[in-house]
Design a protein around this ligand. Structure first.
Ligand code: PLP
Length: 397
């Protein structure tokens, strides 16, 4: 029998699996399941991306690229951080990876020894926790106030020990859409400086913001923390390039150098055509990025307007990303489609069974009692889903 490592057997399968497997079963039975579960844009990548990819193929750019990625793209990302945030980075403080996720892993691997601790603020993208666990380090989860989905600086301060190395920060947040207040972000930066920690600042949704909300880079709020912040960004969300697998890491040179060493022994430089495509997207696709963000705004207006009229749900309208994260604890104890709702998982099962809507339980994001709906889908699909949800809540008894 193949003996799998302890490290790997310790990993939890994504809690999203229960719902997605059930949704696939129902589809196989011919049922018309609406998916509000996917965390990816429904847009095809913009023309600037496609054109650059075609040109790269024609030019024969089919060779290995450097382990840190194409110099041209690293320079363009550094330039982007200059124009977007006024931050001065050079190309050797930037690396390109095969998506945001592998870069998060490389960052954790570069910073954590076995037994070290990483602070993760709930609700959170669940891969943070599993990556930390995989490295024999300890995730320390900070609960947030369910009313505001804000964390308390005192809780972070109390969680810091001699073994703490990392604070994971993600705004606009997946799943909550929250952009944390300036005071909280400044407070985190101060704690990072005081205790010599690294903030891994996952800002992959920074271009998708609503109602004039402003996403501010932590280093605009606290420039002194520059040596303590690593930004994770990428092409997946803003440029609708999930399948191309391109992410960016921007931060202290030595950290980037070490992460690059690891990448060199693992994936090597990312896919060459995808890097040229991303370069085209950054150079010529800025209007498309804004146009897609405007579409998400319309969808967000539609879904929040409909949800606002429904009973049982409590949620804070998202300030960014493309998710609604709603508190459904008021439905506990009710029954529908023969399913008694006892927690967020049974809520999502009932929603799938009765309303044929696939959504993700909050426990998949370390925040039980909630569920996440993605509105990265057409207004027509959203409207149908909301009709079904109205009927679902009416059927609750
Ligand atoms: N960070 C967050 C918060 C995400 O939601 C995602 C994708 O869902 C990622 C990182 C990973 O992005 P990528 O597809 O570039 O690996």
């Amino acid at each position: 029998m193949t003996r799998i490592s302890d490290r790997l057997t310790r990993l939890h399968p994504a809690a999203t699996r229960v719902v997605s497997e059930k949704a696939a079963d129902l589809r196989r039975q011919g049922r018309d399941v609406i998916s509000l579960s996917t965390g990816e844009p429904d847009f095809v990548s913009p023309p600037a991306v496609m054109d650059a990819a075609r040109a790269a193929l024609e030019a024969g750019h089919t060779f290995y690229t450097p382990a840190a990625g194409l110099r041209e793209l690293r320079e363009e990302v550094a330039h982007y951080y200059g124009t977007r945030f006024g931050l001065d980075y050079s190309f050797d403080e930037v690396m390109i990876g095969s998506g945001g996720k592998p870069l998060l892993f490389e960052a954790c691997a570069a910073l954590l020894n076995p037994g070290d601790e990483a602070i993760i603020i709930a609700p959170a993208f669940v891969s943070y926790l599993e990556q930390v666990r995989f490295l024999d380090a300890t995730p320390v989860v900070i609960e947030t106030d369910p009313q505001t989905l804000d964390f308390a600086l005192d809780d972070i301060r109390a969680a810091i020990t001699d073994r703490t190395r990392i604070i994971m920060l993600n705004a606009p947040n997946n799943p909550s859409g929250r952009i944390y207040g300036d005071d909280l972000v400044i407070g985190l930066c101060e704690l990072a400086m005081e205790h010599d920690l690294t903030i891994i600042n996952d800002e992959i949704y920074e271009r998708i913001v609503f109602d004039g909300a402003e996403y501010r880079n932590p280093l605009n709020l606290c420039p002194e923390a520059r040596a303590h912040v690593l930004h994770i960004n990428g092409a997946s969300k803003s440029l609708a390039m999930t399948g191309w697998r391109i992410g960016f890491a921007i931060g202290p040179k030595e950290l980037i150098r070490r992460m690059t060493m690891l990448q060199g022994h693992n994936t090597s430089g990312p896919n060459s055509i995808a890097q040229w495509a991303t370069l085209g997207g950054l150079q010529h696709g800025q209007d498309d990025i804004d146009a897609m963000a405007a579409e998400y705004q319309k969808r967000k207006d539609l879904i929040t307007e409909r949800l606002g009229r429904m009973p049982y749900l409590r949620y804070i309208p998202p300030e960014g990303a493309f998710y609604i994260f709603a508190d459904i604890r008021e439905t506990y104890g009710k029954t529908v489609a023969g399913i008694r709702i006892e927690d967020d998982v049974s809520f999502c099962e009932a929603l799938l069974e009765q309303a044929e809507i696939a959504a993700i339980p909050g426990s998949a994001f370390l925040q039980p009692g909630f569920f996440r709906m993605s509105f990265a889908t057409s207004e027509e699909v959203i409207a149908t889903a909301m009709d079904r949800m109205d009927a679902f809540f009416e059927a609750l008894a």
